[in-house]
Design a protein around this ligand. Structure first.
Ligand code: AMP
Length: 359
């Protein structure tokens, strides 16, 4: 049975994703409490309440959990311990096992490979020597990333044709934290799928979006993606396997590299709503945010039908000043995150330009 209207959804994390989840929850008649240490968290502007406390504060987490009928999260770096503390009191959806799978790139890729989903080749790197060895195995080409806490391309370095001698001091320059070297993938394009699974195991996915990244940050997502039916089926099958494999409840975002022959490699799992799914707010009757709230409250999942072609673009830093001009355009859905300070590289908002459906 679905959660009764007026029930309370707790959201760990108060950024723009939490904000859009709170808005979707309100549309469906639910109350929200945001848990975020930042007193100025953008989600708090549109939620019923805001608990300002640290994710390591067990007493605050327990008190929060007791007031929520279900708890979800808007970012994958919520400490698993915090999710477990809450899960002992009330349901956390998706469950802590999804956080575990997504927080460490080695665990994530191992999970994917075990589920029969290919990824870029990878090696663990815990020293400069490890890096030299791994680079030699990958002909000097690779992307070095922190295993944990990386996002928007932060904590990454690309090597092209590197000699082993360049590795001196690199491990220390990453803060001597556990790293992963991935083979450098020569991809034709990048796509992502936003899928959803209900508690009774029903899966629906939105159409794949074609993504463009710049400096590791998503710039735009376009739908339909320029991919074959073979690729479309491959990414959908992979998302289905991931959702079932994690006994997942809620919305997930999965990023893929599409190779020249149409085969795909999975890059990253985001156990939450995802930036590359913001287009659904404008081009579908049920957005990824609505879908997540439906999944975690046991309401029926929505049909992921897309009524228009579209391109979503992020407004990063000073781009947010384009809002007024964008509001003058027909067929553009504009979204401002309510952040006051437009720092370089900070996601401040996005817009989706709609056009007639072509296919
Ligand atoms: P990530 O933080 O893993 O999502 O990486 C951000 C972006 O960096 C990706 O969307 C790609 O554009 C690029 N990238 C990451 N890993 C690789 C790789 N192994 N090979 C080529 N490009 C990559």
């Amino acid at each position: 049975m679905a959660l009764a209207s007026g029930s309370t959804i707790g959201i760990l994390g108060g950024g723009q994703l939490g904000r859009m989840l709170a808005m979707a929850a309100a549309k469906l008649g639910y109350r929200t409490i945001i848990f975020d240490p930042d007193a100025h968290a953008p989600a708090a502007q549109v939620a019923n309440e805001h608990v300002v406390a640290d994710y390591g504060d067990a007493a605050a987490l327990e008190a929060f959990a007791r007031r929520c009928d279900v708890v979800s999260y808007e970012f994958e770096n919520v400490p698993v311990e915090a999710a477990r503390t809450i899960d002992a009191i009330t349901t956390v959806s998706p469950g802590p096992q999804a956080l575990e799978a997504a927080q460490d790139r080695i665990v994530e890729k191992t999970f994917l490979n075990n589920a029969g989903i290919e990824t870029a080749p990878f090696r663990t790197v815990d020293s400069d020597d490890d890096l030299a060895r791994a680079l030699a195995e990958f002909d000097g080409n690779g992307v070095l990333k922190t295993r944990r806490m990386g996002y928007d391309g932060k904590g990454q370095r690309v090597f092209r044709g590197a000699l082993p001698s360049v590795t001196g001091g690199v491990f220390a320059s990453f803060g001597s934290t556990p790293l992963i070297l991935e083979g450098l993938v020569s991809f034709q394009r990048e796509v992502s799928v936003i899928g959803a699974r209900s508690a009774n195991g029903y899966v629906v996915s939105f159409e794949p979006a074609e993504n463009v990244h710049q400096d590791g940050i998503l710039r735009s997502s376009s739908v339909p993606a320029r991919i074959s039916k073979f690729t479309h089926d491959a990414v959908n099958d992979a998302v289905c396997a991931i959702l079932h494999g994690l006994n997942y409840v809620g919305v997930i975002g999965v990023e893929f590299f599409v190779l020249d022959d149409g085969k795909v490699l999975a890059n990253e799992i985001a156990p939450r709503v995802h930036n590359s799914g913001h287009w659904t707010e404008a081009a579908c009757a049920v957005s990824q945010f609505d879908q997540h709230i439906r999944a975690i409250t046991a309401l029926p999942l929505g049909e992921p039908f897309r009524h228009s072609d579209c391109e979503m673009e992020n407004l990063i830093g000073e781009d947010i000043n384009r809002i007024e001009a964008l509001c003058c355009e027909d067929g553009v859905v504009v979204h401002h995150y309510g952040k006051t300070e437009a720092r370089p590289g900070r996601k401040m908002g996005h817009f989706t330009r709609l056009s007639a459906r072509s296919s």
